[in-house]
Write a protein that binds this ligand. Structure first.
Ligand code: ZN
Length: 270
């Protein structure tokens, strides 16, 4: 299914392609359309892109508000619907950093993520270590995944997370060229190692601070422990007075300071 490009249906300000016309909807999106849409920024998009200074990733928001963001990497996959079901029960918005090839394999699951109101970010086409690629390959890994997000989900993402948290000046430049804000994290639950749900809850809750960006995974292997941990993380953080927001809302409402950004990689295996 390739529909109308409904830019930024998740809280953005760009007009939809069909807004000002009564012409029949043409169910095709050309490469040129995608390239043009990817460069078209509404005010909220522009605000996000401006948050990252040149050559940095953000690791967390400013810490001025008792909000945190849950992020889920490496999907969409077989466990994504269970993650979505938990988030729906809890009324929690999240940010999903998706792999282009996984969208192609699971388009309906990806559309469920978008239609549930969650935010999506680019996690490359094939989850390679971007620091080991040539510039043209880096560009392709980002642009093909962003194009798949747009053509399948109808949203233009403004966020990028490098696989394995591996960045260098060239990778950060490619993200900037694509008008994406590079987002890493400050809380790694290490859930990809499949510890118990208890351990995932403990590591999320004990490390979370105001403005934290928490790394979890909905893809890349059996995520049963992560799914089991979600309601407990939310319950325990709410008991401490925290609320939940997407990464975009978190950083716009509470902009990161210099200490919350870095040009360094953050190491993780997934
Ligand atoms: Zn990943």
């Amino acid at each position: 299914m390739v529909g109308v490009i409904a830019l930024a249906t998740r809280g953005g300000d760009a007009p939809t392609a069909a807004q000002s016309t009564t012409e029949p909807i043409i169910p095709e999106v050309s490469e040129a359309d995608i390239a043009a849409a990817a460069q078209q920024l509404g005010p909220r998009d522009q605000e996000l892109v401006n948050i990252g200074q040149t050559g940095v990733s953000i690791n967390r928001a400013g810490g001025g508000r008792k909000y945190v963001a849950l992020t889920f990497d490496d999907g969409p996959g077989p466990d994504t619907p269970a993650v979505l079901a938990e988030l729906k029960k809890l009324g929690v918005p999240a940010t999903f950093f998706v792999i282009g090839a996984n969208i192609q394999a699971n388009p309906d699951t990806f559309r469920q993520v978008v239609s549930a109101g969650h935010e999506v970010g680019v996690h490359t086409w094939n989850h390679k270590d971007m620091t080991a690629l040539k510039p043209a390959e880096q560009k392709s890994e980002i642009e093909t995944a962003a194009g798949e997000i747009l053509s399948v989900g109808g949203v233009a993402s403004r966020l990028f997370r490098a696989p394995y948290g591996a960045v260098d000046p060239a990778v950060l430049k490619r993200a900037e060229d694509a008008k994406l804000l590079s987002v890493l994290w400050d809380v790694d639950t290490v859930d990809w190692m499949r510890p118990s749900a208890d351990q995932i809850v403990q590591s999320a809750v004990s490390q979370a601070q105001p403005g934290s960006i928490i790394l979890l995974h909905d893809g890349g292997g059996d995520r049963a422990s992560t799914v089991a941990a979600i309601p407990r993380i939310v319950k325990e953080l709410r008991a401490k007075g925290y609320e939940f927001a997407t990464v975009g809302d978190l950083v716009i409402s509470d902009p990161p300071g210099a200490d919350d950004m870095s040009s360094e990689s953050r190491s993780t295996q997934r």
